[in-house]
Ligand binder design. Structure first.
Ligand code: GLA
Ligand code: ZN
Length: 694
């Protein structure tokens, strides 16, 4: 029995959401533009808009004076047009009067400079007055629109991000530290303040890290704790925003739009816990310096992360129709790519395709950002046709709505580890790139067509066959214990160099690395070398258990390790440490723990994960053949499989498969049953399906 699809976000959303950011407040003096919008939205197959994201100044032009009628009229008209509304809370950009009257709501930079009014995302997330003002406008919006038939989702603020170093935030930071450490003595111990004699003996001496002229803040744990505090304080702000909405509109689910930059600074697991549905903004750099395939892989990784945050479908909340205006440079997408990049999100679990923005504004910073409707104001444009076509495709894909993805491979993703690792000084100045390393390991599975879930500190691990935790620099005894139990119970774990080094206060594990993972991995790492200008090789051991036989490059980071029960699968081939092990496997209970002690390229990761996947019997999403650069992803619902075939090459690609039941291409208007072969055009795609039941 296959599981039923996930419920949709709202009972009135029985379709893929398709639409985007709509800013009618920029056009209120030109009502004919609004008329045009109502004519054009159905033509573009748009069924939803995100409204009011930056409308605070128009909704509350003076303190306590609320002017919501224009918004109500727009919502009524949208409803009449058959367009649903994702209604935003406007906290992402405050009115000038608010900044003028309450300057403490403006952010203070890390150099302790109060920012001036003039850009969005410029608020102190601690300021009680700002929180109160946000709650007041949110209350007004909720009361006014609680029964509006168009309202299907709340969109909290916009791409929450950034920090504030004002006195209020300093106070809140100290309170957060007191909560974490209890006493100053404990803080000194955990922060290791005896280093350079930076011991504190009065809480008032503790403040947020400052960018010192030498660029050095000596206390690493201090910097990491600030990142944690900023994330927690953002979540606390989010919770305050949500309060009036939960009270007044308990039937309306809540989301926000996360994005990669902001996601680096926020603990996505904690953010997602407050939301009903995860929303994500995706802006890949198509046709830029990195290959389109590499961009597609990275986008796929983030889509899977967003699906993982709540283990349910997410929403693609923003993407650029055509081009952005902020990329260096802004390259128009090749034919097919608008649809391909949109439906790639769906393949990975999105139940929407949404854009920034519906219509190009006339002025200001984003006037040249791509939009469904250009300054010409009509539907006869490349972008408009692409969008309409994508909307039509979403209608054809209706059976996929809410469908599951079933992965047996998991990548462990913990923001605390990333922040801790990024802040460490060594072994490479400028960082070891833990984030990119995880993505590089992910690429191997993308190429194989084997689905991957991203899992976090609280995601149950049972049900997974293979768990990847590359560069788990920060390893707490609890995580090590969880991983050990996972392996004992028959799981396979892969971790790498620069794992098990510190605890959650950036204090090194004593007694030998990889600290609490040492027994699980059956080895001891004596040294992590960074010979970035010295090439080396990884040479598989004769008759190794995985059947690896190709010598591959080993570079950048090289561990010198001693096995303590682990088998050696490969060793270095060159230089003074030729012969030292660099790939090992340790049997623990019913499972195996693998350790890769050096950085390699994609060719080795393909060998390694290919062999491991065969050994573990991991299923690909399609039993077939396809060339490099083609991505295969499956979603399933009610006993039906939907296999997305996506060609990210600028050349046609042939895909063949052995599953006779996959006979239909949901994206093809007509045509007889498929017989295990399809040719995809350059940047083309298909969605194979088994026949509908009954
Ligand atoms: C972000 C923001 C939008 C807009 C787009 C432009 O995603 O959320 O308001 O600025 O970028 O790409
Ligand atoms: Zn502040």
């Amino acid at each position: 029995m296959k599981p039923l699809p996930h419920p949709t976000i709202h009972p009135s959303v029985q379709h893929f959401l398709h639409g985007g950011d709509y800013n009618p407040d920029q056009w209120l003096e030109m009502p004919e533009i609004i008329d045009q919008d109502m004519r054009l939205m159905p033509l573009a197959n748009v069924n939803v808009v995100s409204l009011g994201i930056f409308s605070w100044a128009m909704l509350e032009p003076a303190e306590g004076v609320y002017t919501l009628d224009w918004l109500a009229q727009i919502m009524d008209r949208l409803h009449q047009t058959g367009v649903q509304v994702v209604l935003a809370t406007p906290s992402g950009s405050k009115p000038a009067w608010l900044a003028q009257k309450y300057p403490e709501t403006l952010r203070v930079s890390n150099q302790r400079v109060r920012l001036r009014y003039g850009a969005r995302h410029n608020h102190c997330f601690t300021s009680p007055i700002y929180r109160a003002k946000v709650q007041a406008i949110n209350h007004q919006l909720a009361e006014r629109f609680k029964n509006h038939p168009a309202l299907v989702l709340w969109h909290i603020s916009n791409e929450m991000d950034g920090d504030c170093h004002c006195p209020l935030c300093q106070e809140a930071f100290r309170a957060w530290l007191k909560q974490r450490y209890g006493t100053l003595a404990e803080l000194n111990r955990k922060w290791y303040t005896t280093f350079w004699g930076h011991c504190f003996n009065d809480w008032e001496q503790v403040e947020s890290p400052h960018p010192f002229p030498s660029g050095l803040c000596s206390i690493i744990a201090h910097q990491v704790d600030w990142k944690r505090f900023v994330s927690d304080q953002t979540v606390s702000f989010l919770k305050d925003e949500i309060k009036p909405l939960r009270e007044i509109t308990p039937h309306v689910p809540i989301s926000t739009n996360l994005h990669p930059g902001g996601m680096n600074n926020l603990d996505g697991w904690k953010m997602a816990a407050e939301l009903d549905v995860v929303g994500w903004d995706s802006y890949p750099y198509w046709h830029h310096a990195t290959s389109d395939v590499a961009e597609a892989q990275q986008a796929a990784f983030y889509f899977d992360l967003n699906r993982g945050l709540k283990r349910q479908p997410f929403l693609l909340m923003e993407s650029a129709p055509g081009t952005a205006q902020w990329q260096p440079p802004n390259v128009y997408k090749f034919p097919g790519v608008n649809k391909l990049t949109s439906l790639q999100a769906v393949a990975h679990g999105s139940d929407s395709v949404m854009y920034f923005q519906w219509r190009k504004g006339r002025g200001s910073y984003e006037q040249f950002h791509g939009a469904v409707v250009d300054h010409c104001g009509h539907e006869h444009t490349l972008v408009f046709r692409d969008v309409a076509d994508t909307g039509k495709a979403l209608q054809d894909l209706l059976p996929v709505l809410g469908a599951h993805t079933a992965a047996k491979v998991a990548i462990y993703w913990d923001w605390n580890n990333l922040w801790t690792e990024e802040t460490a000084a060594g072994p490479i100045q400028g960082g070891q790139q833990a984030r990119q390393t995880a993505i590089n390991h992910y690429r191997a599975f993308w190429n194989l067509g084997i689905p991957v879930d991203l899992v976090g500190p609280h995601t149950p691990l049972d049900g997974y066959t293979l768990l990847l935790a590359p560069m788990l620099y920060m390893t707490t005894p609890e995580v090590a214990e969880r991983f050990h139990r996972f392996v004992e119970a028959g799981g396979s774990l892969v971790t790498t160099y620069w794992s098990g080094i510190v605890d959650d206060n950036s204090l090194c594990h004593l007694g030998g690395f990889p600290g609490p993972l040492r027994a699980t991995l059956g080895l001891w790492v004596e040294m992590t070398d960074a010979p970035i200008h010295v090439a080396n090789t990884l040479v598989p051991a004769k008759d190794n258990a995985l059947g690896l036989n190709a010598t591959r490059a080993a570079h950048t980071i090289c561990d010198l390790l001693h096995v303590e029960g682990a088998q050696v699968l490969a060793s270095y081939g060159q230089n003074w440490y030729a012969g030292w092990p660099c790939l090992t496997c340790h049997d623990v209970g019913q499972g195996q723990a693998y350790y890769l002690g050096t950085r390699t390229d994609g060719d080795f990761l393909a060998d390694f994960y290919g062999a491991l996947s065969r050994k573990l019997g991991l299923r690909r999403d399609l039993d077939g053949q396809w060339p490099e650069g083609v991505s295969v992803r499956k979603r399933s619902a009610e006993g039906r499989d939907f296999v997305f075939l996506m060609n990210f090459n600028n050349a046609p690609a042939v895909v063949t498969w052995q599953e006779p039941a996959l006979q239909v291409n949901l994206l093809a208007a007509a045509g007889g049953p498929l017989k295990g072969r399809i040719e995809l055009p350059a940047y083309g795609m298909a969605v194979l399906a088994t026949a509908a039941k009954g």
